[in-house]
Design a protein around this ligand. Structure first.
Ligand SMILES: *Cc1c(COP(=O)(O)O)cnc(C)c1O
Length: 210
């Protein structure tokens, strides 16, 4: 029996099948066995994001938490451009705090926790400011609410910007269709709804995004 039950969104108690899988033979990370393992993980991640046109997408594994995956995106895709963070909770706020460290032109549209975004307000904001990247949390873990990926994705695309999504607590539980929602970059982590051990995170990207 488990020593204790974890009721956090992550880390979670892992399945016995996962415990068994992790205790297979050791492999060397400089050998083809590891390359093959990494390639098979990338293949599965691309499937997880519902991608049909596989040649246009890549997925990478990051040896860090979900926060590291978000920081990897925010510190590398904005460049000298402007980014708009949409926040209606704790993790949206964290995207903003991280972006401010890396991007001089960080804009913020904020709603109180648990309050849906006002699409007309975002549209007006983007019409009035030159925005190159928009970042948003999919599942706001603090309130349990889902933000509308498809609706915001269409708006971001119509304005010629890149859409960045924090999918850390949703992927594995909720469907994320990168192609349909026009998502350029999405983060996820091993230890929430994917149900594995903490310590790894993932970024999937549309290869034509930069
Ligand atoms: C938990 C969480 C994070 C941070 O992930 P860590 O693995 O704890 O660093 C980021 N975004 C969301 C939406 C989360 O739920």
């Amino acid at each position: 029996m488990d020593k204790y039950l974890l009721f956090t969104p992550g880390p979670v108690n892992v399945a016995q099948t996962l415990r068994a899988a992790i205790s297979k033979e050791d492999i060397c990370h400089r050998e083809p066995d590891f390359d093959n393992l990494l390639r098979s993980i990338e293949h599965k991640l691309i499937s997880l994001f519902q991608i049909r046109n596989r040649a246009r997408y890549r997925a990478v594994v990051i040896t860090g938490s979900g926060t590291a995956a978000n920081e990897a995106i925010l510190s590398s895709v904005v460049g000298k451009g402007a980014i708009l963070i949409l926040s209606n909770g704790e993790f949206g706020d964290r995207l903003h705090k991280t972006s401010v460290i890396h991007n001089k032109h960080t804009h913020l549209l904020e709603m109180p926790w648990g309050t849906p975004f006002d699409v007309a307000q975002i549209e007006a904001y983007m019409a009035a400011h030159k925005i190159d990247v928009v970042a948003m949390v999919h599942h706001e873990t603090c309130s349990g609410m889902l933000n509308p990926l498809a609706q915001i994705g269409v708006l971001v695309k119509a304005n010629g910007a890149l859409f960045v999504v924090d999918g850390v607590s949703s992927i594995g539980a909720e469907l994320i269709d990168m192609e349909v929602c026009h998502i350029a970059f999405v983060s996820s982590s091993s230890s929430k709804a994917i149900g594995s051990y903490p310590g790894l995170s993932f970024v999937a990207k549309n290869a034509s995004s930069n």
